[in-house]
Design a protein around this ligand. Structure first.
Ligand SMILES: Cc1cc2nc3c(=O)[nH]c(=O)nc-3n(C[C@H](O)[C@H](O)[C@H](O)COP(=O)(O)OP(=O)(O)OC[C@H]3O[C@@H](n4cnc5c(N)ncnc54)[C@H](O)[C@@H]3O)c2cc1C
Length: 334
């Protein structure tokens, strides 16, 4: 059984930054994430997109932000258990918690910080009979690296920001891009909708509204997408990739069964210290809920900073906590 001071569930940006703030208080952290890599949504959903609202950093690729956070927390030597889902939490006689993952790893800590974001997220899949057969053989639900599509024929399906953004991005990368959407109106940002219409007008993408993908062909790997159009009927579109971008269905997963107060798939917290209704269990980042909550990285960073102060007092009720600036002590000084 492994032991740590703060057991962090979720290695997204907020979970990662917790390690830094905890490190300043000499608290050790262990992070558990069901994904095989750290970074949460930034690494899994949009690593190549720029973020513009991290204070002091005018623009940074989401993947680079994760890289920087990993560098920033390295001096505090966090431990990681990746590719394993936090499944069960038990309270032990000494008031500490024992977490068991779906692969049987056991970690003991006096404090649990849930930074589970959207939970264990699953992509929403279109109802195409043989879709699963082509997963990773031409069908992807998340675009991780646009270079993967260089000189390829891509059919994107969806009407939200992801579908619009990637259509715009891949217009410069792929050989052919077709955007298929079952309605005429898009749900995404107006600016992106205008860009997509302009690209279609310029002949740089193929835009098909009132249409949907209804089947896939291929022998081992994808060769065509079968598309049904409201007036033109069904036709076969040759394609190397079919990327349905219908969003992620947020599933809290096992977290929902841990006796926490949950509203609309988020954990209720006290904004005094981001504690939950279970003493010793905190929730920060996208997974928590309180009046005025904004699901932004910078808000999660703030929550992590406040939360570790309370975690320290929970672990060491007798010890005095003295507040220090990093400019005075550096990182090694802590
Ligand atoms: C396309 C897009 C663009 C965005 N742009 C911006 C932006 O410009 N600025 C901004 O501030 N925010 C932006 N966001 C939002 C931002 O990404 C989130 O606010 C941020 O990722 C939340 O961080 P987090 O650490 O709370 O959770 P997440 O990043 O969601 O990470 C949570 C992690 O917890 C893991 N997890 C969940 N349950 C379990 C479990 N039971 N066991 C193990 N692991 C578990 C998940 O696998 C995941 O890795 C954007 C989001 C998207 C989708």
């Amino acid at each position: 059984m492994k032991k740590t001071d703060i057991l962090i569930i979720g290695a997204g940006p907020c979970g990662l930054f917790t390690v830094f703030e905890a490190g300043l208080l000499k608290l050790k952290c262990h992070l558990v994430d069901s994904l095989p890599q750290a970074g949460g949504q930034c690494a899994e959903i949009y690593p190549k997109k720029s973020i513009y609202d991290i204070p002091g950093i005018p623009s940074i690729l989401a993947g680079d932000l994760v890289g920087n956070l990993m560098e920033q927390i390295a001096p505090f030597k966090p431990e990681f258990t990746l590719g394993e889902r936090a499944e069960k939490i038990e309270k032990l006689a000494d008031d500490s918690f024992l977490l068991t993952t779906n692969r049987g790893t056991k970690i003991n800590a006096p404090v649990i910080a849930i930074a589970g974001g959207l939970g264990c997220f699953e992509p929403r899949k279109p109802p195409i009979e043989n879709l699963v057969r082509f997963e990773d053989k031409g069908v992807e639900y998340i675009i991780k690296d646009p270079e993967f599509y260089r000189k390829k024929r891509v059919v994107i399906s969806g009407g939200g920001d992801s579908a619009l953004d990637w259509t715009i991005f891949l217009a410069d990368v792929a050989d052919e891009v077709m955007l298929v959407h079952r309605r005429q109106q898009f749900r995404g940002a107006l600016d992106s909708v205008e860009k997509v219409h302009q690209l279609a007008k310029d002949g740089r993408i193929n835009l098909l509204t009132d249409a949907q993908a209804v089947g896939l062909n291929g022998n081992g790997v994808l060769t065509d997408v079968i598309i049904r159009h409201k007036t033109k009927g069904e036709f076969v579109q040759p394609a190397d990739h079919f990327v349905p971008l219908f969003g992620l269905s947020p599933k809290l997963g096992p977290i929902a069964d841990w006796g926490l107060n949950i509203t609309k798939n988020a954990i209720e917290v006290n904004t005094l210290d981001y504690s939950t209704n279970v003493p010793g269990v905190y929730a920060i980042g996208d997974i928590n809920s309180y009046p005025g909550k904004l699901k932004l990285i910078l808000c999660g960073f703030h929550e992590a900073t406040i939360m570790v102060q309370s975690a320290f007092k929970h672990i060491y009720p007798e010890k005095k906590l003295s507040f220090k600036y990093t400019t005075v002590n550096g990182v090694e000084g802590f």
